[in-house]
Design a protein around this ligand. Structure first.
Ligand SMILES: Cc1cc2nc3c(=O)[nH]c(=O)nc-3n(C[C@H](O)[C@H](O)[C@H](O)COP(=O)(O)O)c2cc1C
Length: 180
């Protein structure tokens, strides 16, 4: 168990994982805590999809096709996705009300940060990856029209931990509003 400031500062976006699998039961356990994220009016706008081994192959193949569209090397993208031990698709219900929708997005992002810090606390590493919001991906994931994927979370035990990219000190972004 690492203390929270260290967990936050040591977290990295990791691309390369060992072959060690990540049990669904462990991911479920992490999510049971992650859902304690603040969410206004207890809307709990989320649901989660994990992949079995066949679906992982399907997702890697979809990403290979998408790499071609993006002008990237399809084979290296395919290999990269094949070595990711587990995926968590974090799906949000899109409210028709903009304020509610924005609050729900913020809450779901908080949940994801909870998830990746809890994962790190268990020795796992993660990557928060964007979901290509394209018809073929949406159909494959059986997304409803009013759903979006806030993040695809890659999970596994790290094979290589990237260096700290650093951050602008918060101090430089702090101002004090002086009352009139
Ligand atoms: C909403 C969101 C979407 C992201 N999507 C991607 C992505 O598609 N691909 C990627 O490589 N990293 C993605 N990232 C990770 C960021 O690129 C990463 O956090 C940033 O480079 C800082 O690196 P660090 O996480 O190691 O500190 C995403 C992060 C967020 C919050």
């Amino acid at each position: 168990m690492t203390i929270l400031p260290e967990l936050i500062r040591q977290r990295r976006t990791v691309n390369l994982f060992t072959a060690q699998s990540v049990p669904d039961a462990l991911i479920t356990q992490l999510l049971e805590t992650a859902v304690y994220a603040p969410n206004h009016k207890l809307s709990e706008p989320w649901r989660f999809v994990l992949l079995d081994s066949t679906a992982k192959l399907e997702y890697a193949a979809l990403r290979r096709e998408y790499a071609i569209q993006q002008g990237k090397n399809p084979q290296s993208i395919y290999q990269m996705f094949l070595q990711i031990p587990a995926f968590v698709f974090v799906i949000m219900h899109e409210s028709a009300d903009k304020t509610r929708r924005d609050e729900d997005l913020a809450a779901t992002a908080a949940l994801i940060q909870n998830l990746i810090l809890l994962a790190q606390d268990k020795g796992l590493a993660s990557k928060w990856s964007s979901f290509p919001d394209l018809p073929e991906f949406r159909t494959w994931l059986s997304l409803a029209e009013q759903e979006s994927v806030v993040g695809v979370i890659h999970l596994g035990y790290p094979a290589q931990i990237p260096p700290d990219k650093g951050r602008t000190p918060a101090q430089e972004r702090i101002s004090i509003l002086k009352g009139k």
